[in-house]
Design a protein around this ligand. Structure first.
Ligand SMILES: Cc1ncc(C[n+]2csc(CCOP(=O)(O)OP(=O)(O)O)c2C)c(N)n1
Ligand SMILES: [Mg+2]
Length: 350
């Protein structure tokens, strides 16, 4: 894989982890109210999928969507301010954690209702298909959402009309506290797409490169006009369902097993080169040293110091995001009324 892609994905995964852990802290400080669904453990999904997408593609997500918005390029300060319910948030402070929105970046929302993402995606995809544009809609949803009626209605319509939708199931094995084998008769989610003749694949969501490659191929097939594609991406959330959930229904050994496969560690291992020791180099000889150092220069993407610098920059970014949110006022009643009447002219959003 190309260095720049890998390094950019590493940066976003580190940002995602740092942002979400800080949001958890701000929630316990009382700066964030309501529900707060966090993403640690699942970073490789949003990062791998969205790095493989084009800026002209649309993204529709769920209530666990902070990282999708960040990867899409919504400034961290605007996301944090929205979590804080402040006026400078990406939804004017009136949406909160579950309703991030950024039309300019084609981030068409977080949605709190399970299964709401499908019909919204289908509507956008229908608009794209009618205008014959080379764009796609990426529709994220959880494993628990595949039992909603809208799932079946939307998959049927998407297949029938060959709509450009990439369905992405973030299978973290749980629907709140209910494990997948207790909420679904068919636990291999990707198999459900076969019922609608939609090509589907199951991907390891702890490895960002696997996710990236599978998404790239799926989007390419969509752009060739073959209709929708489906990815089931197996992942795991390290925290509870939301900040209100201690997650005590999961055996410790299960949580530990997935933490051992932490997607952030996996991408770090891939990005930080194993520099050979001085003894090893001197045993190889001069020419080989040059050859090796040249190779490391070309292929050894980042040094441990560079990763450390990246972490420090990200820590500053997150700190600045919190300060930006704290300095932003709360929305006023005038703002609320303006938002209520904002689309009276029935403006077309896509
Ligand atoms: C229509 C509807 N029913 C129930 C809920 C309550 N609810 C919120 S999240 C959730 C679980 C969804 O699980 P999943 O789709 O696996 O997503 P995850 O939270 O694991 O990312 C439920 C049942 C809701 N928000 N909307
Ligand atoms: Mg789930």
């Amino acid at each position: 894989m190309k260095r720049n892609t890998l390094v950019a994905m590493l940066r976003d995964m580190l940002l995602a982890r740092a942002f979400e852990e800080r949001a958890a802290r701000e929630y316990t400080r009382g700066n964030i109210a309501g529900f707060l669904h966090l993403y640690p453990g699942e970073e490789a999904v949003a990062v791998g999928v969205l790095h493989a997408a084009e800026p002209s593609d649309y993204v529709v997500s769920t209530y666990r969507e902070h990282v999708h918005a960040l990867v899409r390029g919504v400034p961290p300060g605007k996301v944090m301010a929205e979590l804080f319910g402040r006026r400078d948030g990406c939804s004017g402070g009136m949406g909160g954690s579950m309703h991030l929105f950024d039309r300019e970046r084609r981030f068409m929302g977080g949605y709190a209702i399970v299964g709401e993402t499908y019909p919204v995606s289908i509507g956008i995809a229908y608009g794209i298909a009618m205008r014959e544009l080379p764009e796609a809609v990426i529709c994220f949803f959880g494993d628990g959402a595949v039992n909603q009626g809208t799932f079946h209605e939307s998959l049927n319509m998407a297949a029938l009309w060959k709509l450009p939708v990439l369905f992405v199931c973030e299978n973290n094995r749980y629907q709140i506290g209910t494990e997948i084998h207790r909420h679904s008769a068919v636990t291999e989610v990707y198999k459900r797409a076969c019922g609608y003749r939609i090509p589907a694949e199951r991907i390891n969501g702890m490895d960002v490169m696997d996710v990236y490659k599978a998404t790239q191929s799926a989007l390419q097939r969509i752009r060739e006009g073959t209709g929708p594609q489906f990815l089931e991406i197996e992942t795991y959330r390290f925290r509870g369902h939301s900040m209100a959930d201690p997650g005590s229904y999961r055996p410790k050994v299960e949580v530990q097993a997935f933490q051992d496969e932490d997607p952030v560690t996996v991408v770090l291992e891939e990005t930080v080169p194993d520099y050979p020791s001085a003894e090893h180099l001197s045993a190889i000889g001069k020419d080989n040293i040059e050859h090796l150092s040249g190779h490391i220069h070309r292929e050894g993407f980042l040094s441990a110091d560079q990763v450390e610098r990246m972490r420090r920059e990200i820590a500053d970014t997150v700190e600045n995001a919190v300060q930006f949110a704290l300095n932003s006022p709360e929305p006023s009643m005038t703002d609320a009324l303006a938002a209520l009447h904002s689309n009276r002219g029935q403006e077309v959003l896509i």
